[in-house]
Ligand binder design. Structure first.
Ligand SMILES: Cc1ncc(COP(=O)(O)O)c(C=O)c1O
Length: 381
């Protein structure tokens, strides 16, 4: 049996999304910047996709800019936001995705900003009182705090954070890569300047995303070139990617409550079953309270077999993750788990679910974990 429990890293493409994309790989191939009929056809398709995305967030299509994914969108918001709005101080957290963290750290190293880190609770929640204090003590600030953490799932109350930022005239960016397509968002109700999206996190294609830029802020491009994206992002558009993104978002939001219910049931079921078969199991982050329903980060007991847990799971056909996929290959451990002061000497695994995950897959995974830990215990006893 093969079980895919790494949906926070990426999700499989929905067949209906592929069907929507295919004609734009074959007969509708015109460059959207061309003024002839081929170009007009694809230009209209891109603008249709932009309208769909904008409608889903209750914003204007002129506030949506397609990018190559979440990393580029985060880079653009942070680099251009800080440079072009004349900001000298930024606030973030130690558990942001590296697309945010490394970008801000580079800007600090280059001498453009002073960077402050907001305090976190032991479960990984942002201390909003400390955020307010940092804003009070410094000049106009760029705040970058993710909506949901990709490793432990912790959710930020976006509305509350936005109110605090607005009270101090701060510019507010949130990496919403893990929540876009997983929650309904009405950006008219949140005081926020930038949010980001990657289509591959909700059964869309890889290599495409968008940046929402509130019309209240004016920035320059990150990537210069042709006049694409209304002069905000040079480069021929990823036509079929954009078509796929819009279709995937439409499907995700259309079935949202059904998907949420199914995935939460799966997550709760896995928690229950794990507690039964490995009673000393613990969970990183806040797990159920104010947590993304697609992510479950499990801390296992420290036994011999546990050292090679991900490897052993992989051999059993189960794909999960030890942290962020983007950091795999480096063995420095999770900066997120270290950031919340977790016991990183114990092996942790992130299981992440999708609308396609079944109870049978969870049963199989838990049974394999039971075997692995039973073997370890007998080996050390
Ligand atoms: C929270 C978060 N931000 C940004 C990214 C980067 O997105 P992309 O893979 O589209 O560059 C990811 C991807 O893992 C993510 O989880």
């Amino acid at each position: 049996m093969k079980v895919y429990l790494d949906n926070a890293a990426t999700t499989p493409l929905d067949k209906a999304v592929l069907d929507e994309m295919l004609p734009y790989m074959t007969e509708h191939f015109g460059n959207p910047s061309s003024i002839h009929s081929y170009g007009r056809k694809t230009r209209a398709a891109i603008e249709g996709a932009r309208k769909m995305v904008a409608k889903s967030l209750n914003v204007s299509p002129s506030e949506i800019f397609f990018t190559s994914g979440g990393t580029e969108a985060d880079n653009m918001a942070i680099r251009c936001g800080i440079h072009d709005l004349g900001i000298r101080h930024a606030v973030t957290s130690k558990i942001e995705h590296h697309a945010v963290l490394h970008t801000l750290e580079k800007l600090e190293k280059e001498g453009f900003i002073k960077l402050s880190f907001v305090n976190l609770s032991p479960e990984g929640h942002i201390d909003l009182n400390h955020l307010e204090q940092l804003l009070k003590e410094n000049g106009r600030t760029f705040v970058s705090l993710m909506h949901a953490n990709n490793e432990i799932g912790n959710l930020l109350p976006l509305k509350e954070a936005g109110e605090i930022c607005a009270a101090y005239n701060a510019v507010f960016h949130s990496d919403t890569v893990q929540t876009m397509g997983h929650y309904a968002m009405d950006l008219q109700k949140i005081k926020i300047h930038f949010v980001t999206c990657a289509a591959h996190k909700f059964h869309g294609p890889k290599g495409v995303g968008f940046l929402y830029i509130s019309s209240s802020v004016k920035i320059n491009p990150l990537i210069y070139g042709g006049g694409q994206e209304r002069n905000m992002r040079g480069g021929t558009e990823n036509l079929y990617g954009i078509i796929g993104l819009a279709k995937a978002l439409e499907i995700a939001l259309g079935g949202l409550s059904e998907h949420q219910k199914h995935i939460l049931e799966i997550k709760n079921y896995m928690i229950e079953q794990l507690k039964i078969v490995i009673p000393s199991v613990e969970f990183n982050g806040s797990c159920l309270d104010k947590c993304l329903y697609t992510v479950l980060n499990v801390r296992f007991p420290h036994t011999e077999n546990a050292e090679m847990l991900l490897f052993n799971l992989d051999i059993a056909g189960i794909s999960a993750s030890g942290g962020s996929a983007c950091a795999s290959g480096s063995d420095i451990g999770s900066h997120v788990l270290r950031g919340i002061g977790c016991d990183v000497t114990r092996p942790s695994v992130r299981f992440s679910f999708s609308k396609y995950t079944t109870k049978e897959e969870v049963d199989y995974t838990v049974s394999k974990l039971k075997e692995l830990f039973a073997v370890s215990v007998s080996m050390i006893s």
